[in-house]
Design a protein around this ligand. Structure first.
Ligand code: CMX
Length: 138
């Protein structure tokens, strides 16, 4: 797949405002965007570090993926997102390699990116998100 960089690291938090305060006051980062993603049942906050983002995820529904994650495992690193070119082709490639896909077709994620998840049972226990920014492409 040869991802170009880590697009973001997703961190599940119980209280978004408290977590934002930690990242701003202790780490000295600036939250540049807060967004609700209804399809994923999360409210997200973004910080930029180099070309990588930190995405804080607060669940808006206990039955959503982040709500269930926190219930089972508590707060913590939830997923790693890799920036790829031609996400559809990469999903095809992963499936051919025997990887279990959560999304066989990309969907829209936060910040308008095309995203798709690989199942953590196929990826050594870490939920992997592939993402592609098609907005700035001609
Ligand atoms: N990382 C690693 N393992 C995870 C996980 C995660 N983030 N989330 C769940 N799991 C594990 C569970 O611990 C569980 O393991 P065991 O069977 O060993 O107990 C197993 O996966 C199944 O978990 P579950 O709680 O029964 O949940 P589901 O099977 O219903 O769903 C998953 C798991 C990963 C398929 C689902 O959370 C999903 O589809 N995730 C992708 C979407 C998502 O996470 N969206 C939020 C972020 C959105 C954004 O970035 O904008």
């Amino acid at each position: 797949m040869k991802p170009s960089h880590i697009e973001h690291i997703g961190i599940a938090v119980a209280n978004l405002d408290a977590a934002i305060s930690f990242y701003e006051k202790v780490l000295g980062l600036t939250c540049y965007n807060i967004e609700v993603v209804p399809e994923q049942k999360v409210r997200t906050a973004f910080f930029m570090i180099g070309q990588t983002k930190i995405e804080l995820l607060e669940s808006t529904d206990p039955e959503g993926p982040v709500g269930k994650f926190i219930e089972k495992r508590g707060e913590g690193v939830h997923h790693i997102a890799y920036a790829v070119e031609n996400i559809e082709k990469q999903l095809e490639h992963a499936e051919k390699m025997g990887v279990k896909l959560i999304d066989s077709v990309p969907r829209k994620g936060a910040e308008g990116l095309d995203i798709a998840f690989l199942h953590p049972k196929s990826t050594a226990g870490v939920l992997i998100e592939l993402c592609e920014n098609k907005k700035n492409k001609v």
